[in-house]
Design a protein around this ligand. Structure first.
Ligand SMILES: [Cu+2]
Length: 140
């Protein structure tokens, strides 16, 4: 006689709990990772510069940065950190790759971003010109 799987003696309740947990968590997770409708800004990283190197966004509005490394060999990075501005972005982008980052700028102000890469005995990418300004303007 074939027994139903769940009716088997000693089926661990831990597994049932885990399945229940996944059922609850999964829809929440997919809703959270959906596009919040923020503006997407594409920034090219290559030849030791950012293009554009001047970005303006509105406080409280979600921002999605699409970081495109256009170089063939050189890995780059996008660092935008400022304690006062509540900004904490640090994304590595390998050569030829694209990475995205989403966040909500909250504090109006003008901040600088840069590439944190540096090879030993060489000028840093930042010193070679890989930096820019990120301006957060107050919402109307
Ligand atoms: Cu770089």
């Amino acid at each position: 006689m074939k027994r139903h799987f769940f009716a088997r003696k000693g089926f661990p309740p831990r597994i049932l709990l885990m399945m229940l947990f996944l059922l609850v968590i999964f829809p929440v997770y997919t809703a959270y990772s959906a596009d919040p409708g923020g503006s997407a800004i594409t920034i090219k990283l290559g030849d030791y510069r950012f293009s554009p190197d001047s970005i303006q966004v509105v406080a409280g509005v979600p921002v999605r940065l699409v970081l495109v490394n256009t170089d063939r060999i050189t890995p780059h990075n996008f660092t935008l950190k400022n304690r006062t501005g509540a900004l904490d972005v640090d994304v590595d982008v390998s050569a030829g790759k694209t990475r995205e980052v989403e966040f909500i700028p909250r504090v109006p102000g003008t901040y600088s971003f840069f590439c944190n890469r540096k090879l030993p005995f060489m000028k840093s990418h930042r010193d070679r010109g890989m930096h820019g300004t990120f301006e957060v303007v107050p919402a109307e």
